[in-house]
Design a protein around this ligand. Sequence first.
Ligand code: SAM
Length: 173
Amino acid sequence: MIEVLRLGYRLVRDARTSTHLALVARAFGADAIWFTELEPEVERSLAKVGTKWGGAFKVREVENWRGLLEKWKNGGGAVVHLTMYGLPVDSVLESIRSRAVDLLIVVGSSKIPREVFKLSDHNVAIGHQPHSEVAALAVFLDRWLAGEGLKRQFPDYIVRVSPSERGQVIEEF
Ligand code: SAM
């Protein structure tokens, strides 16, 4: 089980980044994403994607995110916070694997509360330059699942891509 928690929200509307984060979580192998502020249009977009492209990915809102972290830790899962200040991803993957199978991956938006560094089991950097929660999540999931996340099947789809060298080929069911 892999879930993602996106903390905070930018003051300017940021539904596009939130939608991209949720799409990346779904496409790269997570089972659910939690937002501390869930925009209705993000929920709607992901519901549409799920109906059309399949799968059981969940989009949820959580007010008490500290309680969510505790629940994960008490349930035997690990809480992994993605931050440029953390330890390099390649140096910590094995130690995370040795203690947990289930992960809650925490990403920020603009400013992350300091306590997240303490509450998390692992603070993990995807390089030490500032970039984006979307990129950090994609790289982390791909490393954690060793490429298998991208091969995951999405049951109950209406359409799916038929891979082709050129063009856009879709099969409809
Ligand atoms: N300076 C901000 C900070 O306090 O980390 C950067 C915020 S960045 C726009 C939003 C989120 O992207 C961060 O909270 C973190 O989860 C993720 N992120 C950005 N760069 C990262 C990196 N190099 N490694 C891991 N996560 C990163």
